[in-house]
Every structure is written in C-alpha cells, then in structure tokens.
Design a protein around this ligand. Sequence first.
Ligand code: UDP
Ligand code: MG
Length: 317
Amino acid sequence: MDISVVVPLYNEEESLPELMEWIAQVMTQNHFTYEVIMVDDGSNDNSWAVIESLRLKFPSLRGIKFLRNYGKSAALQVGFTAAQGDVVFTMDADLQDSPDEIPELYRMVKEQGYDLVSGWKKKRFDPLLTKRIPSKLYNATVRMVSGIKLHDMNCGLKAYRHNVVKSIEVYGEMHRYIPVIARQAGFKRIGEKVVQHRERKYGTTKFGWTRFINGFLDLLSVMFVSRFGKKPMHFFGTLGTLMFITGGAIAVWLVGSKLWAQFHHLKYRPVTDQPLFYIALVVAIIGVQLFTAGFIGELVSRSSADRNHYLIEKELG
Ligand code: UDP
Ligand code: MG
C-alpha cells in the first residue's frame, strides 16, 4: 500500500464527508493504493455515525473510536500503530489542510529521501492575536531549543516514511513536537514544504488558550530531551555534581584565605563573613532542589503514567 492518511478528529461531523470525497478523488487521480484511518477521539456529536456511513461508500476507510476524549496525541499514536502505507500522512479533519498537497509530499518522501516532511502554513487563515503571533514566537523558540529548522512545527499536515511512525511514541501534548521526537529517534532528514491553509469551514477550534500552558510545559520537556538525549535525568546529576564542586571550591577558598591571612599575620575580613550571604546561599540551593524535584515529577508523569493508556470502543475495517 502506498499511502495511509491518519485523521484525528473530535466533533467534526460536518467536515468528514467532504474530506473523505476529496482525499479519495486525489488518490484515484494519482493511482495511489491507500487507506484513510479516521480516529474519533471521543466525539460527542455524530462523527462516528458519519464514519460508519462513509465506510459503506469508501472501502478504503478505516475507523477507530476512543471511549472518551484522550487528545490529539493519543489519536495520532493509535493511527500510527494501525497504518500500513509506505508513506503515512497526518491531516486535520476540519478541511484546513488540503489533500491536494498529498502527491508532492509523497514524492518528497519517496524520491527525495526525506524521513519526514512537514507542511508550512506560510499564509494562515487564523486570528492574528490569538494564533498567528503566538505561533511565530512559539516556532522561533522551538527552533532555537531543538535545532530543527522548521517554520511550522505544529502543522497538522505531515508526511512520514513508514518506519518513522513505527519507531516513535506520541503522548501527552507531544503532538506539537513530533519532528523533535523523530529526530531524537534518529531520523535526521526532516524537510518542509509550503502548503495551502484554508479557513475552518465548520465547527470551531478545539484548542483554547490552555494550549499555551500545556505547550509550555511540554516545551520544557522537549528542551531537556533534546539537550540531554534519551536520559534527561542526567541533567539533574550534572547539576548536582556542579553544585557539589562549587560548594567544595567555596569551602576550600574560605579555609585557604583564612590560613593565608594567619600565615602572613594579616587581618582576615572576607566579604563572605556576612550571615546574609549564607542565608541567600541556602535559599538558592533549596530553590534549585525544589525546582529539580518538581521537574523530575513532571518528566516521570509524562513519560509513564500519561502514556497511551486509552480504551478503544469500536473499530471499523
Ligand atoms: N482534535 C482531536 N482531539 C482533540 C482536539 C482536537 O483529535 O482533543 C483534532 C481536531 O478534530 C482536528 C485537529 O485535531 O482534526 C486539529 O484541531 P483544531 O482544528 O481544532 O486545531 P487548530 O487548527 O485550531 O490549531
Ligand atoms: Mg484546525
């Protein structure tokens, strides 16, 4: 099979028929063998019923329905597990991504050797203040910390070589950082292509302002993971060692300068004999310890407990 298209969706009943027709049309015109995997992320509208009826007309449509809403990452992950195509696409369900981009992205993976090609919504049809400006800042930050030169890390439209989606695990809010996860797994040929972006035709966005907080916490995790490889905990070991060495050096210096002063019969008055200095030092150390303990908790909860514990209610095809 040439192509799998994974479509995560949450309450998108109006968009699905148009989306399926359009994808099928592009696939037929380009003679691709394909499957579309619609993952219903616990919708409470009629999305699943729509998928069931579409399945009667399109045998290449498969469906997976979650018992409840687990988030876009879980929906993508379950789609990746099910995908059979040589090139696996992800595409939002709301018709903001255009299926017309599929053939070119397919060629970039198949012929130009990319492991992953991300869409770049250069011209976006989103509100300036709540989406476009935050997104520019966000992408600049992620570029800086991850070293991956993508302009639109979070674009819903992406194409992956088959073994990429089989080698990575997307969880928590990490759907925003799949290129970072892929590079971490060893896939270095990451490209981008400017794609059309369309206005949301039906329904509303599923990501409110809380995405800033979730996204920021994940950015911290990603930052540590990309700097400290597969063992982010090493950071804390390194920090602890450095603090130990610093503390030791200060102690040696204090004792040394005292001995020096005694030996030369000088008056011994270092700045550090102020009690406040030690109070500040202790407070700073406690602060660092609290921060690291909290952050370890954050990493552990994201890497184990939250990971892909989802229940599938129904499957089609
Ligand atoms: N989505 C999902 N689970 C969720 C939230 C969103 O599967 O909990 C899907 C949603 O239906 C859409 C895609 O993720 O297909 C992108 O969401 P949306 O269009 O709301 O995001 P935006 O384009 O506003 O960033
Ligand atoms: Mg959208």
